[in-house]
Design a protein around this ligand. Sequence first.
Ligand code: SAM
Length: 215
Amino acid sequence: MSDERPDDLPAGVERRSFDGRDRLATRGLPVYGEPTDGDWRVWDAGRSKLGAMLELGMDTGLGGGETVLYLGAASGTTVSHVADLAGPTYAVEFAPRPVRDLVAVAEDRENLFPLLKDARKPESYAHVVEADVDVVVQDVATRGQAQVAARNAQFLREDGRLLAAIKARSEDVTADPADVFDDVLDELAEHFEILETARLDRFHDDHLSVVARPR
Ligand code: SAM
């Protein structure tokens, strides 16, 4: 999947200058008021945990052109960038209001497929999502994040990647985030081999990012 680019960014993601600052960018129509030069648009790491993972230089396994299952798409901020660089991109979101915006985002992206579904019930979209997806991106911000990942592991191909952003406060508002992350990682490790983790606090408070592959 990786194409050995010197900056380790996936094909379709570049560092470009916007207002004198080097910013991550993908080529596509703007979605959330991000700066654009008419062709490329800023991928704002402060608005996107996957963007933050790329800013931190994590090895996401994304190389461009993958089949992606995205869990917790909300109104499409991050998944729109994913669709700019990936192949078929299935975007699961269970809240009707953001899905209305997501559908509008998908109108300009023929490889983006919004699904008004609950990520805890993968059987409800298993007939739509292709088997053997290359990458599952998860940003659901709900209690039971490890369980959501485990239930969706069935879609991943053997050497595919889970790219998850774990929000500590969604699991337990009072606990020390470090303890929450330890528990979530222990649970994830029952189903995945953990390849890399990084705190995203520079961009997103009390979030841990995880790169893993199915066992
Ligand atoms: N990933 C989005 C982005 O970067 O543009 C932001 C996602 S927001 C932090 C979390 C989203 O997950 C919310 O829109 C919420 O409705 C959704 N969500 C939470 N639990 C879910 C579930 N079980 N199934 C589907 N979506 C869920």
